[in-house]
Design a protein around this ligand. Structure first.
Ligand code: SAM
Length: 243
């Protein structure tokens, strides 16, 4: 059983709520961790914390991350732009620690994901287990080589040379299906598009970059936070418009 404790702007993730939990505010007894969601519990020093069951987002934030993962702002655009839902089947490559696959699995029917590296596949496997996810098929192999799976609604690509996967992906997608390539460098987008234009089956929808700016909103201070806007990657959306 897992729980979240909250106090003074801090969230504490209790991995094992059958044991007493120690944090900077003191000790919360295991009997208190059994109380219903929304309860206020006290530490041995009398500090009050609120208690609730973790959401998907809380559990996701606790996962092990190995390679660079797609930020949530970009995951949001992929989901909204392609309109995938509970009937959709998605192909995701490369898996990395599985962040994108895990997010997509929470809203679609099935995710098939390919990763070439054994060490990353192992981390992804642990993360899927940790999240109790059963609708992700984690496969060993390169997305640049022929893949047997077919009829996908969406293919997401986060690999160094996405252009090498294009012929395979055309075969794997159903008509109307989307490809979304996530590329940190614009030169990757250029090389990808150089390949894409050779294939009449594919139509470019758009290439975009999402900038997220955080704001400070406290009493009289209402302005953007003093932090740089960081570049993550470019998202290129394509559709398969003919068989
Ligand atoms: C940036 S990471 C992916 C992160 C992932 N999208 C996430 O959100 O956690 C890129 C991954 O692609 C894998 N990779 C590279 N080339 C590949 C290929 N040809 N086929 C499958 N996976 C590949 C790498 O080993 C690495 O784990």
């Amino acid at each position: 059983m897992q729980k979240i404790l909250f106090c003074e702007g801090k969230f504490f993730y209790v991995r094992d709520a059958t044991q007493d939990y120690h944090c900077q505010f003191g000790v919360i007894r295991k009997d208190d961790l059994k109380k219903k969601d929304g309860s206020v519990v006290s530490t041995n020093t009398g500090k009050e914390l609120s208690l609730f069951t973790p959401f998907f987002s809380d559990r996701f934030r606790k996962l092990k991350r190995v390679p660079q993962l797609i930020p949530l702002k970009d995951v949001g655009l992929i989901i909204a732009e392609t309109g995938i839902g509970k009937e959709s089947v998605v192909l995701d490559a490369g898996t990395g620690a599985g962040s994108l696959s895990i997010f997509l699995s929470n809203i679609v029917k099935k995710v098939v994901t390919y990763e070439i590296r054994d060490d990353f596949r192992k981390v992804a496997e642990q993360n899927l287990k940790e999240m109790d996810i059963k609708n992700v098929a984690l496969k060993k192999g390169s997305i640049y080589e022929e893949i047997k799976d077919k009829n996908f609604d969406l293919v997401t690509l986060d690999v160094p040379e996405p252009w090498l996967a294009v012929p395979n992906l055309i075969r794997a997608l159903k008509p109307g299906g989307y490809i979304v390539a996530y590329s940190p460098q614009i030169t990757q987008v250029q090389s990808f598009m150089k390949e894409v234009i050779k294939h009449k089956e594919l139509e470019l929808i758009k290439t975009s970059e999402i900038m997220e700016r955080l704001w400070r909103v406290e009493d009289l201070i209402v302005r953007p936070k003093q932090q740089p806007i960081v570049h993550s990657g470019f998202l290129t959306f394509l559709r398969k418009v003919r068989a």
